[in-house]
Design a protein around this ligand. Structure first.
Ligand code: NIG
Ligand code: FE
Length: 403
């Protein structure tokens, strides 16, 4: 049964926008007094509400009261929300001037979340994860990538990935799982980086494939995590197994983005330390540059050079990095709005970074715009002009319309 939803003060279909480079607001198609026709959870067409009503007299009409602006649901292409416990202690130490690395060396950091997450069973983890997913969904985030990476052993990584799979059956949000067993060298592994990565390749990834737990693999490349040579070998083998690959790159030290481009990663995420050389490399590639303002806010560090990346011609997505350590807030729209002002990104650039370009970062072609046949993931903000969305810096909350 077809449904016609509307009328909306404005509809932004976000179709036809280039996936790379700078965007002007004039490039956005804005349908005044619009509506959207959907069928079985898929977009048929967005257009004038009055015309759609006339052309589709048999469609069920879902009337929306008051002024709203309709746009595709946001896609958060980078999160670590499958965790137990918290790291408020780390946050307090950072407020006192300690660095992320100092805290990790003092027994905090990622390893602390690994310890806390290992203590939770799969059902508890699933429950915690579903709560975070539902909070994100209420904020208009209809597709959420979720990484493992707080297990760091074969069984514990499988527990996390199974929790992510279980959570995906308990929500209307689309969930995309990523295996981040290469988050950091686990403190209880007696061997080298290379031996650990080989162990993951030999003992974990075939089960991940067999149980269809994830089709993406991530690695943290940094002076404090995995080096470029080991990461490059790992990712090449991972890609040969048929996984998409993505990289935590250039967060504190550069080098990760070059590996990401070399191996054809779908995205290189973080980039706070990227300079002209890395910007040029990313701009000349098909790898999406993912900025994570939540990590900059959580660590008190500079933003990724988003303006420069766009001007150089890169594809820019923005994600929350929601995690218990560096990015505990998890408010994607607020973070994108605030970084947008600091970096001077247009409305079009920020909205594309949260939709069509974030879909590209996840290698998904069925969402992120109102193209015919796309998933009808839709959200409507209570305002009459789309520019009010970023202007309210995350305080305007959307209506989530059922497909
Ligand atoms: O993306 N940089 C590595 N990983 C995460 C942080 C995870 C944590 O601190 O628990 C990040 O910022
Ligand atoms: Fe991250």
């Amino acid at each position: 049964m077809k449904k016609l939803i509307g009328p909306f003060a404005q509809v932004l279909p976000l179709t036809g926008l280039p996936l790379k480079g700078a965007l002007k607001d004039e490039q956005l198609q804005v349908i005044q007094n619009g509506g959207i026709l959907i069928n079985n959870g898929r977009v048929v067409i967005a257009g004038s509400f009055a015309k759609l009503r006339k052309d589709h007299p048999s469609a069920e009409i879902i009337e929306v009261e008051g002024d709203h602006v309709l746009l595709p649901g946001f896609i958060d292409c980078h999160t670590h929300i499958c965790f137990a416990g918290n790291r408020a202690k780390d946050y307090a130490m950072r407020l006192q001037g300690k660095s992320y690395q100092d805290i990790a060396n003092a027994g905090g950091g990622i390893w602390d979340s690994v310890t806390q997450t290992r203590e939770a069973d799969e059902a508890t983890l699933t429950e915690l994860l579903v709560k975070r997913i539902q909070r994100h969904l209420a904020d208009g985030v209809t597709t959420i990538e979720v990484k493992s990476g707080y297990g760091l052993s074969v069984d514990e990584e499988l527990k996390q990935l199974r929790a992510i799979k279980a959570a995906s059956t308990k929500t209307k949000a689309g969930i995309v799982a990523t295996c981040l067993a290469a988050h950091t060298l686990p403190m209880d592994f007696t061997g080298t980086q290379m031996e650990y990565l080989r162990h993951i390749l030999d003992e974990l990834l075939s089960t991940v494939k067999k149980e269809e737990l994830a089709n993406r693999v991530d690695i943290f490349i940094d002076a404090t995590a995995f080096n470029e040579a080991n990461a490059s070998n790992y990712l090449t083998r991972v890609k040969n197994m048929g996984f998409d690959v993505t990289v935590h790159a250039d967060q504190f030290t550069v080098g990760g983005s070059a590996v990401a481009v070399k191996v054809g990663a779908v995205s290189a995420d973080h980039l706070e330390a990227s300079k002209e050389k890395e910007i040029k490399l990313l701009a000349g590639s098909n790898t999406v540059a993912v900025a994570l303002p939540g990590a900059s806010l959580g660590l008190g560090m500079p933003y990724a050079p988003a303006r420069k990346l766009l001007d150089a011609g890169a594809s820019l997505a923005i994600a929350s990095d929601w995690n218990p350590g560096s990015a505990p807030m998890g408010d994607l729209l607020m973070q994108a709005a605030v970084m947008g002002m600091a970096e001077k990104l247009t409305n079009a650039e920020v909205l594309a970074a949260l939709t069509s370009r974030a879909a590209k970062a996840l290698n998904l072609t069925d969402r992120g715009s109102f193209t015919t046949g796309a998933r009808a993931d839709i959200q409507a903000y209570p305002c009459s002009d789309y520019r009010e969305i970023l202007y309210n810096q995350g305080k305007l909350k959307p209506l989530i319309l059922d497909r």
